[in-house]
Design a protein around this ligand. Structure first.
Ligand SMILES: [Fe+2]
Length: 258
């Protein structure tokens, strides 16, 4: 069973890259499930109902919202579609869900998303302990073999920690949020596919998906000096494909897509 996980969509460039590349990737790799993070899909901030519909129409199965669930209509969208998943470790958020069970027709896949707590810039979100939250959800679904966990976090330590916390228990753990793909993909002890960050779907010749001329002054002057604008060059996709044995739920291979 092949599961494609694609990193954070950064604006229209990222959406177009998925629209263009996903049919080819589906054909080439015979994909069974496609998961994307749409953190920055709507002009860099959150997601709309229209964008969720377009992503589903072009073959995406599960959309995760990342920490931009607070932007635009993202929470309303998460409430409307069961396959739009916001971070699970948000005890004060009532809308939407932090996990979903997808039935591919062949197998059931449990997908859980959580967000990290280190260097995430808005303390009002007040995420609870992501490891404890994942544990609670896994305990509810002991009968499902294929389990995939996303940790949307800035700090590599929190993501590496999640991989080691869940190794041998889940099929795959991937990180998202930084928009920079890491090259540490591996299969952890016990058959858990892992990568610290999937990277970004968007204009790679940019500052993490933002136009350099809007992002650089924020470092040279102040964070308020310019509004971030999404980069508009031709986008490419970035992520990994996990090959998972449906009988055991173990990951047997993981390859980069970029
Ligand atoms: Fe994010």
């Amino acid at each position: 069973m092949k599961v494609l996980a694609l990193g954070d969509i950064a604006g229209k460039a990222g959406r177009l890259a998925i629209e263009n590349d996903l049919p080819l990737l589906k054909e080439k790799y015979n994909l069974d499930c496609v998961i994307v993070n749409a953190d920055n899909a709507a002009h860099g901030f959150g997601m709309s109902d229209r964008i969720a519909g377009e992503l589903f129409d072009c073959g995406v199965d599960i959309i995760s919202t990342g920490d931009h669930y607070t932007d635009r209509d993202t929470l309303k969208v998460a409430d409307k579609y069961p396959n739009v998943v916001r971070p699970a470790n948000l005890p004060k958020v009532k809308e939407g869900r932090g996990h979903v069970v997808l039935n591919t027709g062949k197998e059931k896949i449990l997908f859980i998303s959580v967000m990290g707590r280190l260097y995430m810039d808005d303390p009002r979100r007040e995420p609870s302990n992501p490891y404890h939250e994942v544990r609670k959800i896994l305990d509810e679904y002991k009968d499902i073999k294929i389990k995939i966990v996303e940790i949307h976090a800035e700090a590599t330590s929190e993501k590496v920690g999640m991989g080691h916390y869940l190794k041998g228990e889940v099929s795959a753990v991937f990180g998202s949020h930084t928009h920079v793909q890491t090259s540490d993909l591996k299969i952890l002890e016990g058959g858990t596919g892992y990568i610290t960050d999937l990277g970004m779907c968007g204009d790679q010749n940019s500052m993490l998906g933002a136009k350099t001329e809007s992002a650089l002054p924020r470092l040279l002057e102040s964070a308020e000096s310019r509004r971030l604008e999404p980069a508009e060059g031709v986008g490419t996709v970035s992520g990994v494909i996990f090959d998972i044995d449906p009988k055991t739920g173990k990951c047997t291979d993981v390859i980069l897509v970029n």
